[in-house]
Design a protein around this ligand. Structure first.
Ligand code: ZN
Ligand code: ZN
Length: 256
């Protein structure tokens, strides 16, 4: 299985080294990791983790909650994205959960990432929370570019998922799917078509049941896989094969 979204440079490992944490994940069947960038200041951290391991790829972008009051520099994104280990842009998107963030910067930066996605022929990793209408309308504005991406750590309604799927986007399910009150997300996890589904940990955040309260790690990905497989009435093995194939198709620059 492939962890399509993790922050390996931000794991809270205590006494354990990152190499050991990766080995633990590999030993339970994780065969590739996409390490996600959150801002340009620390953009070299995911890239250097990826440089050290053949089974890790990286992304470059600015998370909606990590903006300063200035737009990110597109030339800096272009330069970083040229690195052979960088297989995607993001995470970018809209997060209206914290009202004190300026939405206009988030929107302009999201548009910039989608323009760069088309220009550089790289897929985009989108974070969306509490911003259904604005996210969909920006995706619609860019839907004629031929470049798509993934709505990661999806937590919205089936209606939103369907609107994004209609535009060719993928949906990634995190450990939230294991939470007791996540019936609506389990419904989404059942209904996403076979060829558009990804799984992720979003570690170090959102540890799945039965690890809630711990800091999340890629080694907990099987709990996400098994929950989604159960919802879809398929085996964990076949879902791992299916979602790994989807990952390879969406991120062709990743060496898997
Ligand atoms: Zn996110
Ligand atoms: Zn993330």
């Amino acid at each position: 299985m492939i962890d399509s979204h993790c922050h390996l440079d931000r794991l809270e490992l205590g006494e354990v080294s990152l190499s050991d944490a990766l080995d633990q994940a590999r030993s339970v069947g994780v065969k590739h990791f996409l390490c996600i960038g959150v801002n340009l200041e620390s953009a070299l951290d995911p890239i250097s983790v990826a440089e050290q391991h053949s089974d890790i790829s990286a992304s470059v972008g600015v998370h909606p909650l990590y903006h300063t009051d200035q737009l990110p520099d597109p030339d800096r994104i272009r330069t970083l994205a040229d690195h052979p280990k960088v297989v995607a842009l993001g995470e970018t998107g809209l997060d209206y959960f914290k009202q004190d963030n300026d939405p206009s910067i988030q929107q302009a930066a999201f548009e910039m990432h989608l323009q760069l996605s088309a220009e550089l022929a790289l897929p985009t990793i989108v974070h969306t929370r509490g911003a259904v209408d604005d996210t969909l309308s920006i995706l619609r504005n860019h839907s004629n570019t031929g470049q798509v991406g993934v709505l990661h750590c999806f937590t919205e309604s089936w209606d939103m998922a369907q609107a994004a799927l209609d535009m060719g986007w993928y949906i990634s399910i995190s450990g939230i799917v294991t939470f007791r009150n996540a019936d609506a997300l389990r419904d989404v996890a059942r209904r996403v078509p076979d060829d558009r589904l990804l799984i992720e940990t979003d570690s170090p955040w959102l540890a799945p049941v039965p690890y809630r309260g711990k800091s999340n790690q890629p080694k907990y990905l099987p709990a996400v896989l098994e929950c989604v497989a159960q919802q879809r009435q398929t085996s964990a093995d076949s879902l791992a094969t299916l979602t790994s194939g989807n990952f390879a198709r969406l991120f062709p620059k990743a060496e898997i």
